[in-house]
Design a protein around this ligand. Structure first.
Ligand code: GLU
Length: 285
């Protein structure tokens, strides 16, 4: 008899096919895999292939192969199907569109015509190195109907303005402990739909995690502030919030966070060098 399945726990791994997976991804995905397995739960693989400019289909083939080689097993995904199919975001555009309409019709969104340059020059100092600058508020008082036909707009979520400091988003993170982020101070009005009609990561991720019945989100600690943004979307939509577990980020020998440009630490390169998954897992203990 196989291990019993706990239908209550649903976790996911969500690679983006924009480059080769590296050791940092492997560690986060391994944690997700282990947590689902320990709870007799289900692990879902979601292909986050929305960013048409950066996505390449060969990276989907590559991540499927690399994850399997590493020993990660999932029960639902683009390769094996499942009750919440499709599992590739590029095939779920109508879902995002309908949630976008809900948010727009309930007054959470405003149309924004600011360019990246407008925003950069309006903010005094860049925020966290790898996060977007805080939106200066130029278009935030526009209503959803105030759009000039033919002019491309992005749609932003108007983060609640609290007194004195904005709305506090708090949760107990499984990996990083108590978290507290302030809307308007730590992050500003964020994009949910780009001018080219592509939904943002925040909108797509929350829509999918809800639709796929995810009970715990395991992801890298670089996404803590995104989690805070996403909590506002859950609140606005009246949806149950999953648990969160943020994994520490992996750095190279110089202390620089691993990124897709660290080709030497891609799973593929490590495999070609003859390293085994067990040995790699041993190295991060
Ligand atoms: N697709 C995202 C990434 O590769 C993961 C996002 C998430 O886990 O929510 O960084």
């Amino acid at each position: 008899m196989g291990a019993s399945v706990n239908p209550a726990y649903r976790g996911r791994i969500a690679p983006s096919p924009t480059g080769q997976l590296h050791l940092g991804h492997a560690r986060t995905f391994w944690v997700a895999h282990e947590r689902a397995k320990a709870r007799g739960g289900t692990l879902i693989l979601r292909n986050e292939d929305l960013d048409r400019d950066r996505v390449r289909p060969e990276f989907v083939t590559a991540f499927l192969e690399d994850l399997r080689w590493f020993g990660i097993q999932w029960q639902e995904g683009p390769d094996c199907g499942g009750p919440q199919a499709p599992y590739s975001q590029s095939e779920r555009r109508s879902e995002y569109q309908s949630i976008f309409e809900v948010l727009r019709s309930t007054g959470w969104l405003f149309p924004c015509t600011c360019s990246r340059k407008d925003i950069q020059s309006a903010v005094a100092a860049p925020h966290a190195a790898d996060d977007e600058p805080i939106y200066p508020g130029t278009c935030r008082h526009r209503s959803a109907t105030e759009i000039t036909p033919g002019r491309p707009v992005s749609w932003r979520f108007r983060v609640p303005e609290g007194v004195p400091e904005g709305q506090v988003l708090s949760w107990i993170d499984g990996g990083q402990g108590p978290q507290s982020w302030v809307a308007g101070r730590d992050f500003g009005d964020f994009v949910v739909l780009r001018p080219d009609g592509v939904p943002s990561y925040q909108l797509a991720c929350v829509t999918d995690d809800h639709a796929m019945g995810i009970t715990e989100v395991v992801r890298g600690a670089d996404l803590l502030v995104s989690t805070a943004r996403q909590l506002l979307l859950y609140r606005a939509l009246g949806w149950t919030v999953p648990d969160f577990f943020h994994c520490p980020l992996m750095t190279d020998e110089q202390g620089v966070r691993l990124a897709k440009r660290h080709a030497a630490l891609s799973l593929r390169a490590l495999r070609d060098q003859g390293r085994s998954p067990a040995e790699l897992r041993e190295s991060w203990k």
